[in-house]
Ligand binder design. Structure first.
Ligand code: UT7
Length: 329
């Protein structure tokens, strides 16, 4: 029998309605549209507004739309991997919350935390359950309500993040399409530069931690940038080299959307020309786990069966990784 690959057979995304523009940010912190655009490439980002709405509420429309597109019902899903850095609550897993909200009664699931590399790690992990023959329908969701952990007084950090969610369905393919290879890496010593100081077991939340804004994401932007710009580019090049792919073989480069300058460095390193690099950072900013599935969703109509895609991400942890996949439809 031919080898089983995990193919993406459907993709969908959802971004909330509210648009937070650079011009509105100018009224909140000491910044300006010119600085944000030239340093990051971002013009606007989406924000989930409203009481009682969480990351799972971004995932529900994304997944319901995906099921409709594929023509299946929620009870056919066997496993949900929810990649997120902003779970609805520390426990239980947002995967369980989502399963309940969409009626995926036959699914088990768990959350995967790898900051901005989460979707890459989740896709690689989900693929294993398909390749082993254990499951035939695995949902990999990447989504974050970043606005819930952003300090809108920290001008160097608040300008890059936004809210959004995307999801893919993985199914077995024996014709040579799907996830072909992955290179996944982490280095925990990088945690000093990007983390949330309080609210975990190291430092449970108190009045003092709230007053010190330690429940928000803390980022030393320049240090993260330095690691991201080389590692994301290197890992994309590594997965290409070990599969004997050169830039002409690549139909689409799908980079994590954290900063346009990091995306450009990855494109240069891999030699992939600008017209093949998927970029929507100007409209959504950095949605953390949402960036790559949102790119796949928006470009889906341009993909052709057999297209070689290189996905690459870098994030807090540090974590980074790249996936080579052959588009299956
Ligand atoms: O998603 C995965 C992980 N995250 C990333 O990959 C993000 C990586 N880092 C970055 O993208 C960039 O470091 C940032 C966009 C976050 C910041 O850009 P930067 O070019 O590294 O700025 P900086 O923090 O080095 O600041 C440069 C200057 C400073 O002024 P002085 O000290 O040179 O006078 C800042 O105070 O720019 C100033 N600045 C701003 N000015 C206007 C910082 N933020 C702003 C702002 N508006 N929003």
């Amino acid at each position: 029998m031919n080898k089983i690959h995990a193919a993406i057979t459907a993709v969908n995304g959802y971004v909330p309605e509210y648009v937070l523009t650079n011009h509105e940010l100018e009224t909140i912190v000491d910044t300006n549209d010119e600085w944000i655009t030239s340093r990051t490439g971002i013009k606007e980002r989406r924000i989930l507004k409203g009481e009682g709405l969480a990351t799972s509420d971004l995932a529900v429309p994304a997944v319901e739309g995906l099921l409709k597109k594929r023509g299946i019902t929620a009870d056919e899903i066997e496993l949900i991997i929810f990649c997120t850095t902003t779970p609805d609550m520390p426990f239980p897993a947002t995967a369980n919350v989502l399963a309940d909200k969409i009626g995926a009664k036959n699914a088990w699931g768990y959350d995967l935390q790898a900051a901005c590399s989460g979707f890459i790690f989740g896709l690689a992990t989900g693929a294993q359950f398909i390749e082993s023959g254990k499951h035939t329908k695995v949902l990999v969701v990447g989504g974050d309500k970043m606005s819930s952990i952003i300090n809108y007084k920290d001008r160097a950090t608040c300008i890059i993040f936004g809210d959004g969610c995307g999801a893919v369905l993985l199914e077995p393919n024996t014709e040579g399409y799907g996830v072909m290879d992955s290179v996944l890496k982490s280095d925990g010593s990088g945690r000093a530069f990007l983390h949330q100081k309080a609210g975990g077991s190291l430092k449970p939340a108190t009045h003092e931690t709230i007053e010190a804004n330690e429940h928000f994401a803390y980022q030393e932007g320049q240090a993260v940038f330095k690691f991201a710009v080389t590692n994301m580019a290197d890992v994309a090049a590594e997965v290409m080299e070990r599969n004997n792919l050169n830039s002409e073989d690549i139909a689409w480069l799908v980079p994590h959307q954290a900063n346009k300058r990091i995306i450009d460095a990855t494109a240069n390193r891999t030699g992939v020309s600008a017209d093949k690099v998927i970029i929507n950072i100007e409209r959504y900013g950095n949605t953390t786990n949402g960036t790559i599935p949102l790119c796949l969703w928006e470009w889906e109509n341009k993909f052709k069966k057999g297209d070689n895609l290189i996905l690459a991400a870098f994030g807090g942890g540090f974590t980074w990784g790249s996936i080579y996949l052959k588009w299956a439809y």
